[in-house]
Ligand binder design. Structure first.
Ligand code: ADP
Ligand code: ZN
Length: 227
């Protein structure tokens, strides 16, 4: 990983983009290639809900209807996560920041460390395709593998190809919650695109096509990403 060493601590990246554009898929590939930790607020919050921790109990109903968990709850979780040693050598944020307040918090955390972001990757997919992707998405409850009822069908209906686990729909992939998530994205998160554009950090990438095609578009603009 020559790039990581030359960079003095690894890449610091943010994945921006509406729900359903494939941020999680791209994040997993970037982590695999570079070794920087993939930090997903959605995954951390879902884990907190599952464990029934106090923040998880507060977040549960909010997430189910597709709304954003308050900054006051997400902020401390992220500050703590970014302070862990593995994030000192670079990170890949997926689902954070999602509001102006969260972006301000991230700026403050990085400024204290004398660091900055390297790139903000904005993955873009037209809304009708997003809705198709999310309504058809199915996840393995056991191993987390994702499938799609039309475009990436499991060999046996409702059964994970990888581990045999049961496939289910994420609670917030119900139609009403999807509409709410897209509305909130436009209202609260889309303004961050202009902010990072002004900061000279934005890389906008077409999220259509196969995951490996999307990855190539990202990697062709960020040296060192191919690992
Ligand atoms: P998606 O990007 O497909 O909406 P995520 O897994 O990133 O999926 O997020 C799922 C849900 O978790 C969001 O709808 C929201 O309720 C909550 N969430 C995740 N990240 C944040 C965040 N940074 N701030 C507030 N809520 C968040
Ligand atoms: Zn599985």
């Amino acid at each position: 990983m020559g790039r990581t060493a030359a960079h003095g601590g690894g890449l610091r990246l943010v994945l921006l983009g509406a729900p359903g554009v494939g941020k999680g898929t791209q994040a997993a590939e970037i982590q695999r290639r570079t070794g920087v930790p993939h930090i997903s607020t959605g995954a951390m919050l879902r884990a907190a809900v599952k464990e029934g921790t106090p923040p998880g109990q507060k977040a549960r109903a909010i997430m189910e209807r597709g709304a954003l968990v308050p900054d006051a709850l997400v902020g401390p979780i992220m500050a703590e996560r970014l302070a862990r040693p593995d994030a000192g050598g670079g990170f890949l944020l997926d689902g954070f920041p999602r509001t102006v307040g969260q972006a301000d918090l991230l700026d403050r955390i990085l400024a204290e460390r004398g660091q900055g972001l390297d790139r903000v990757i904005n993955v873009v997919v037209p809304e009708p395709e997003i809705i198709d992707r999310l309504t058809g998405r199915r996840l393995c409850a056991a191993c987390g593998a994702t499938f799609h009822v039309r475009s990436n069908r499991p060999r046996a209906e409702g059964v994970c190809d990888a581990c045999g686990g049961a496939l289910r729909r994420r609670d917030d992939d119900a139609e009403a919650a999807i509409a709410e998530r897209l509305r909130i994205y436009q209202e609260q998160t889309a303004p961050l695109v202009a902010r990072y554009q002004r900061a000279g950090l934005l890389l906008t990438v077409d999220g259509r096509g196969r995951p490996d095609e999307v990855f190539e578009r990202i990697a062709s603009s960020i040296p060192g990403l191919r690992g």
